[in-house]
Design a protein around this ligand. Structure first.
Ligand code: SAH
Length: 406
């Protein structure tokens, strides 16, 4: 096994059990390793500290598999880690019976570069690092063993693979597509999941709890759901008894799926739902009620009691934070302007490059500029099947605020 020798002092993050080793921390690789190979990690003074996957193309030059330098990285290792991740979820009563469930949340489950989501009897895996890619068969085998699922689909088409020098790869690893669409149920609402071409692995499981919270808030309310994708929040709002739900997304295929999802739920009143294909940045401005001193006809009534803003990742990394901040500020500002007195803004960022503190500052600035006073009534995060390893704060990508205006 080749040995990765760290620059002096760079072993400290390993003592904190942080699994990433950046290019600047690597003094040298002694021996030969191909992308994804397991290497031993040693401090500059020769202490062996961990075993990691070598990613020569990436700025994250290695990702630790095990902080036990004697642990073999082999099929049995992946069986243990995958079984532990599945067992962790089984131990959480709130996740019991969920037909859509994240089984492996990468670093936070001790498996850097590995995502696995279960939809009914199908598991979708996404491998985003050279190490994870190399162990594809072991990971798939371990998932079959831990879940008993007969279908495994690979969705390794995330852009981040390019940073690792990996080409996109999708297809069935086990079994094949069934004739009927894949369905899950979330808080009593049925949803289709397009695992082959939907976003991520097909569905945003991380927002499960937050969608229920919206349902609870929505009774008799006018709801505006921005960036609605396949309608997860919209349908929960309808299930909660919303008076009207206007949903906006720029993707017509996503809206078509959303409408199809609504049709799968005859218990919901489709007459209260409206799907709009538009750019949210433009649509929020178009909806804004004009003041009497502004030109053009007043658009009275275009106010909402609850507005959801769940945009795509504007800042994939800290480098994009400034530009992304402006985009978050803009939609939140427009959102505040459209809220009825006493209304709620449910606002999110899933950008790794924007921390909670910064996000809160942006939302505060947006409220101020909109002339609204508002208070945080809840901080929102990903569901319990998206845990965050305490040693890996980067795992907390989704942050949200529920804000109530005066
Ligand atoms: N809230 C959703 C997930 C949102 S994903 C859920 O719970 O499932 C982000 C969505 O934003 C995608 O559907 C994408 O099509 C849409 N989108 C991206 N940029 C947009 C824009 N400028 N205007 C409108 N929709 C946009």
């Amino acid at each position: 096994m080749a040995q990765l020798i760290l620059e002096p002092g760079k072993e400290r993050s390993l003592f904190r059990r942080h699994p990433w080793i950046f290019a600047g921390s690597v003094k040298q690789l002694s021996g030969r390793a191909r992308p994804g190979d397991t290497v031993e990690v040693a401090s500059a003074d020769g202490r062996v500290l961990a075993r990691a996957a070598w990613s020569p193309e990436s700025q994250i030059r290695a990702r630790v598999w095990s902080f036990d330098p004697a642990e073999s990285i082999d099929d049995a290792f992946f069986k243990r880690r995958v079984a532990a991740a599945v067992a962790r979820r089984a131990a959480l009563p709130e996740l019991a019976g969920q037909s859509g469930l994240r089984l492996i949340h990468a670093e936070s489950d001790g498996l850097p570069g590995v995502i696995a989501d279960r939809y009914g009897d199908t598991v979708v895996v996404q491998l985003t690092s050279a190490g994870a890619d190399k162990w594809r068969d072991a990971i798939a085998g371990a998932l079959v063993k831990a879940t008993g699922c007969g279908r495994i689909f690979e969705r390794s088409d995330s852009e981040v693979r390019a940073l690792e020098g990996l080409a996109p790869r999708t297809g069935w690893l086990l079994g094949e597509a069934s004739d009927s669409p894949l369905l899950i149920e979330e808080h009593g609402v049925r949803m289709t999941v397009d695992i082959e071409s939907g976003h991520k692995t097909g569905f945003y499981l991380d927002q499960r709890d937050n969608r229920r919270l919206l349902g609870e808030l929505a009774r008799d309310k006018r709801v505006l759901n921005c960036f609605c994708y396949t309608g997860g929040f919209s349908l929960q709002a309808l299930a909660g008894g919303a008076r009207q739900v206007v949903s906006v997304d720029s993707s017509q295929p996503a809206l078509d799926t959303a409408a199809a999802n609504l049709a799968l739920n005859p218990q919901l009143d489709a007459g209260r739902a409206e799907w709009r294909c538009a750019n949210v940045f433009d649509e929020l401005r178009r909806l804004r009620p004009r003041r009497e001193d502004e030109s053009g006809p007043a658009q009275a009534g275009e106010q909402y009691d609850v507005i959801v803003l769940d945009p795509p990742k504007f800042a994939p990394s800290a480098r994009h934070a400034e530009q992304a901040s402006r985009a978050y500020k803009d939609i939140n500002l427009q959102g505040f302007k459209l809220l009825a007195p006493g209304g709620f803004l449910m606002t999110y960022s899933c950008s790794g490059g924007i921390g909670l503190e910064l996000f809160q500052k942006i939302v505060a600035g947006a409220a101020r500029d909109a002339g609204r006073s508002a208070r945080i009534v809840r901080r929102l995060q990903g569901a319990a099947d998206h845990p965050v390893d305490l040693a890996f704060p980067e795992g907390e990508y989704l942050k949200g605020l529920l804000v109530q205006v005066d």
